[in-house]
Design a protein around this ligand. Structure first.
Ligand SMILES: [Zn+2]
Length: 465
């Protein structure tokens, strides 16, 4: 015991005199000017007109005049260490992207290279106002260490293919349990604070994992309270091939193996067909789909996530970047803008996917996709203080007739000034506070060539939809 009472140990902060983006569960978002956001021990305790609520004398004051406070964005689907392959697989078909580049490159993965990539990814995301990322990759305990170091919130799914046998499946499961244990340990050091890193189970996809392995994964997920994060129905081709090979769509496979029942985050779902919708609706309380449209455009996949139909079925939708080996950035502003544009185009309806709906997907939708509905995704009393302060003073945002429109269609990652995760200032005046960016970038540049080297031959997997 250190002799301090709980009262003394409490950390207090007020974000003074900002505008606040209010994202309701339904309906239009609004912006309230001249607000103070009061934070105690990482939780939002009050939001009040500036100066109307007195702060305790030991309160840290973060002056936010002229800035807009936005709920921290969630990157709902990514493979963070793939930043190491940025720009190394361009102008390729989806088959060649996997078979000629990515899966041969991933032969080179080591825990150290994954850690270096994850550190760079965490830095990029925090500086862009992303406070939570939902990750799916190998050596995920290294990603957990990078996330904890930088202070970003993360849900991590250690990935496996059935081609790696029982051993691969068991190792991924052991990694998920290890991350959960690590998170419980760090949470114990700060009682009352929820773990900043959580784990999910990460079978790669319905086309690389057998039904038997999906069934076993779903059983463990239900027994141990994990969610399942995987790729499914990524393209219309995959859905057709699944029907021919297995007599069922990828979504029907997820249903009959118990994955939907256990609770699933489905990456992409561009190949979801009308017949899948009643199934998804039945499990809507625990199903989410991540939409990453830059990837669909770049790989010429021909379709995008049917968000309108999914929302009508009650399914949560989040915004993601997928890995930077195809998306090139982990910039959720870029991703949410492309969600709005591609959805308007898909539905041929300029009135669909409004600015309010788009902001809701990237905040509340992302939080729900990460399994963190109660914790993050909105600036509201009782939630953790995951807040991004954005400056709309740039010429690309001025004059501001509607700040919500600026956030969807004009803002760039570089407009993010200060970022809080769990009430902790992790970016202040465009600088990371917990890690050294120059060191992280230098380390990544040193190691980058080792990841894209194809001289070893072989591949971790073969893509055949
Ligand atoms: Zn992916």
């Amino acid at each position: 015991l250190d002799g301090l009472g709980l009262e003394e140990r409490m950390t207090r902060l007020v974000i003074r005199n900002c505008s606040v983006l209010v994202v309701p569960e339904t309906g239009e978002c609004r912006v309230d000017d001249g607000q103070d956001i009061h934070v105690e021990d990482g939780a939002i305790t009050a939001i009040s007109a500036t100066g109307t609520v007195q702060s305790a004398p030991d309160t840290e004051v973060l002056d936010a005049i002229g800035l807009i406070a936005v709920p921290g964005l969630t990157n709902s689907h990514t493979h963070s260490p793939m930043v190491m392959m940025r720009g190394a697989a361009e102008d390729l078909s989806i088959d060649d992207w996997f078979n000629q580049r990515i899966w041969p490159m991933e032969v080179n993965l080591t825990p150290e290279r994954v850690r270096v990539g994850a550190r760079l990814a965490c830095a990029e995301m925090l500086l862009a106002g992303v406070t939570t990322f939902v990750d799916h990759y190998f050596h995920a305990e290294q990603i957990a260490a990078a996330a904890l170091e930088a202070g970003i919130r993360a849900d991590l799914a250690p990935t496996f293919f059935s081609s790696t046998g029982t051993e691969g499946r068991e190792a991924a499961l052991a990694s998920a349990r290890e991350i959960r244990g690590l998170a419980a340990g760090t949470a114990q050091e700060q009682p009352g604070r929820p773990a900043r890193v959580t784990a999910s189970l990460g079978p790669h996809a319905t086309y690389t994992v057998t039904e038997e392995d999906l069934r076993l994964t779903a059983e463990i997920a239900r027994a141990e309270g994990f969610r399942i994060h995987l790729h499914a129905a990524e393209t219309e081709d995959q859905t057709q091939s699944s029907q021919e090979r297995l007599g069922a769509t990828p979504i029907e496979v997820l249903e009959r193996t118990g994955v939907l029942d256990a609770g699933a985050l489905i990456a992409h779902g561009c190949g979801i067909v009308d017949g899948d919708l009643p199934l998804l609706a039945r499990y809507a309380d625990r199903t989410a789909v991540a939409c990453c449209p830059k990837v669909y455009l770049k790989l010429a996949m021909g379709s995008t996530t049917p968000i309108k139909a999914l929302r009508a079925a009650g399914v949560t939708v989040g915004v993601g970047t997928d890995g930077a080996a195809v998306h090139n950035t982990l910039d959720v502003w870029e991703a949410l803008r492309l969600v709005a544009l591609t959805q308007k185009q898909r539905e041929r309806d300029a009135e669909w996917m409004t600015i309010s709906d788009t902001l809701r997907l990237a905040t509340r939708g992302g939080a729900a996709a990460a399994g963190l509905t109660e914790l993050t995704g909105a600036i509201e009393v009782g939630r953790r203080a995951d807040v991004t302060l954005v400056d709309l003073a740039g010429p690309h945002c001025q004059p501001v007739h509607d700040p919500r429109a600026a956030l969807v269609y004009s803002v760039r990652a570089a407009d993010v000034v200060t970022v809080l995760v769990d009430g902790e200032i992790v970016v202040r005046d465009r600088q990371l506070t917990k890690v050294d960016l120059a060191e992280i970038v230098a380390e990544a540049k040193d190691l980058a060539h080792t990841l894209v080297d194809l001289s070893a031959g072989g591949a971790v997997q073969h893509y055949a939809p």
